[in-house]
Design a protein. Structure first.
Ligand code: K7E
Ligand code: CUA
Length: 649
């Protein structure tokens, strides 16, 4: 039987098939409210909820009227753009971009002293050497996996974490101010891919998969012996963003997840062959999932059962096959995503090169680590065949799973319990529906599905290709993020959203679970460094200071602004001075952001209400240099500017 034969009948998926005479895009465009959906169905013979014999589609209204607010925050990675994006769901409106590993001219990320410190201080020695060669920053990032901090399995609104595959870093974003506040580069690693915050009792560790295998240490040895390359799984303390320990493993590491009890993390491996080339990586029919026993790893570190590698002092324990710290579960072929069910009972590893997903019962892992289970495959409780290219699975909290099928361009909805029964020999077909998506989905995620509060309302499917879905913008096309109503028995696509390169993954939290501040607090530790410097310069309150301090050839300018004025509009320095401008926005009105752009100096920064930002540059060009406010803040915004006068040395 083919997968298609197994799947229940589906609504028409091509534009020509619509019985209403509308193209499908027009149809959904006119059915923004649930009342119209009902009318449309009654009028035509669209084979959906109008027939009592068929499963009903959800009827949620995805339209968020002008002035109305979304019910979920979405956190979208931005792939090669290196940032994090905040979306409103279900409107799919982009609300904010948060620079993380990229350079950003709007906010001055990579330019201000505050951001440059964050971008630099967590780098490895090799990372610092590279940054030093190019002005103190690494310039690009490749974000894949945003995940929010949890307390006892629920979102707690503290942090978002995100990986950088390109330069092997992970970052923490403070959700109260929506700014990146810590970045750490993982030693002994190339390409940090899967990351996942511990769910219980609270985050806790941030678990990090280092994808590529390399010689350990990577100092010129073993370069022509790929069979000796190894990679590590890393535990990062999310409170300090320090790497606490690493685990050497067999094979590579792709995606990772963890349980709801605080004991296990688990990662997929697609290169158990230790191959350096594609054909070799595909040789075996089974790769594996490696399970990490976190308390045992901590114990091993405590007892000194570790080594260090190269110039890193991070303890590295041995988790290769035969170790008592890990368990290797063979799964078919090249598994990719790994997703824990919201009830905490199972994880699902997605086959990618196998049409199957593998369901593992988490409670059964204990038996293996106790020594009571010899064959790790005994922990597998189901392995349904879903279609071609299963990559990632998400959940509705009602016992159903939704798996993206990359090659089929579909999402398969299937029932976990029925898949388990079928695995035990029952004749149930666990597949409930297959839905065409456009095109080639990677991750999908449902609202709150990475927490125990999965609510089964909305599913977002992130497509790698948009092809013909939008106006042609040339050879580089947007991705296509589709919003799907999963509140009914059948999935229904309600929105196409183009996105710039390339959201791999997203998570969604209820709006009440994320509570950012409206303006900055002057007590924020963000300002600690500049406050300390100001104090040394005799300034106790930056909101009252308009003062220029000369210290040799260093000049520190403390300035305030309130719409539409800078309170220093004429600044005299000498050619060659190293100038630091610390600017405080004393407006305390919500949304009244100012900025500071020094023309022809490549200097720009944001100052939102009650924020201080600082920047340091060399006044190397004599003459008159205007600085201006680049955020339109007032009717006299154009006039909000001043002169830096650089006198010839
Ligand atoms: Cu599947 Cu990097 Cu999460 Cu992309 S990974 S799809
Ligand atoms: Cu201040 Cu524009």
């Amino acid at each position: 039987m083919t997968d298609d034969e197994k799947a229940p009948e589906q609504p028409p998926e091509t534009e020509a098939e619509s019985p209403t005479g509308l193209t499908r895009r027009q149809f959904f465009g006119t059915t923004a409210s649930s009342a119209v959906v009902g009318a449309g169905l009654a009028a035509g013979s669209w084979p959906l909820s109008s027939s009592p014999a068929r499963a009903a589609e959800g009827k949620q209204d995805a339209h968020v009227a002008p002035g109305e607010l979304d019910t979920y925050y979405g956190f979208w990675s931005a792939g090669q753009s290196g940032e994090l994006r905040i979306m409103g769901v279900p409107s799919m409106r982009e609300l904010l971009r948060i620079p993380v590993f990229n350079w950003d001219g709007a906010t001055g990320w990579g330019i201000t002293n505050e951001s440059r410190k964050i971008l630099y201080e967590g780098l490895t020695p090799a990372g610092k050497r590279r940054a030093d060669k190019q002005g103190g920053v690494l310039r690009n990032g490749d974000t894949h996996h945003p995940h929010l901090s949890l307390t006892e399995g629920s979102y707690d609104g503290r942090y978002c974490f995100i990986n950088d595959k390109a330069n092997s870093r992970v970052a923490r974003i403070r959700l109260d101010i929506m700014k990146t506040d810590k970045i750490v580069q993982i030693p002994n690693a190339q390409a940090v891919h899967g990351v996942r915050p511990q769910k219980h009792p609270k985050t806790g560790y941030l678990f990090c998969n280092c994808e590529f295998m390399i010689p350990q240490p990577n100092d010129g040895r073993d370069m022509d012996s790929p069979d000796k390359y190894q990679t590590v799984f890393a535990g990062v303390d999310s409170d300090t963003m320090e790497v606490k320990w690493q685990v050497l493993v067999d094979g590579n590491l792709d995606n990772t997840n963890c349980d709801y009890k605080g004991r296990y993390a688990f990662s997929t491996c697609y290169n158990s062959e230790n191959a350096a080339h594609l054909a070799g990586m595909m040789r075996k029919d089974r790769d594996h999932v490696v399970v990490f026993d976190i308390p045992r790893i901590e114990e091993a570190v405590k007892k000194g059962r570790y080594k260090t590698i190269g110039d890193s002092d991070v303890p590295v324990v041995d988790g290769t096959k035969g170790s008592d710290l890990t368990m290797y579960i063979p799964v078919p072929k090249g598994p990719h995503g790994i997703n824990t069910t919201p009830d905490g009972k199972y994880f699902v590893a997605n086959g990618k090169l196998s049409p199957t997903v593998t369901v593992v019962e988490i409670d059964k892992l204990d038996a293996y680590f106790r020594g009571a289970m010899k064959n790790p495959r005994e922990a597998v409780v189901a392995e349904p065949e879903l279609g071609l290219g299963p990559l990632h699975t998400t959940y509705d909290g009602r016992g159903n799973a939704y798996t993206t099928l990359f090659i089929d361009s579909r999402i398969a909805k299937w029932n976990i319990q029925e898949a388990i029964e079928a695995f035990q020999g029952g004749d149930t077909n666990p597949i409930k529906q297959k839905l065409d998506v456009h095109y080639q989905p990677g991750h999908n995620n449902a609202t709150l599905a990475e927490t125990k509060d999965a609510d089964g309302k909305w599913l977002v499917s992130l497509q790698k290709f948009s092809k013909d879905r939008f106006l042609n913008v040339g050879p580089l096309k947007p991705e296509n993020d589709q919003l799907i109503d999963i509140s009914g028995d059948k999935m229904r696509i309600v929105h196409d959203g183009p996105t710039f390169s390339e959201p791999h993954d997203c998570v969604m939290a209820r709006a009440d679970q994320v509570n950012p501040r409206k303006i900055w607090s002057r007590d924020d530790p963000w300002f600690d460094d500049i406050k300390a410097q100001a104090k040394a310069d005799g300034i106790s309150d930056l909101t009252k200071a308009n003062k220029v301090v000369r210290d040799g050839n260093q000049v520190r300018v403390y300035m305030t602004s309130s719409a539409p004025n800078y309170h220093i509009t004429e600044l005299r320095v000498q050619e060659g001075d190293e100038v630091t401008v610390a600017l405080t926005n004393v407006d305390n009105i919500e949304d009244l952001t100012h900025g500071f752009t020094l023309t022809n100096f490549d200097v720009a920064m944001e100052i939102s209400p009650q924020q201080t930002s600082s920047v340091t540059f060399t006044a190397d060009e004599p003459g008159v240099h205007w600085y201006y406010c680049q955020w339109f803040c007032h009717a006299l915004h154009m006039e909000m500017r001043g002169r830096m006068i650089v006198e010839k040395a």
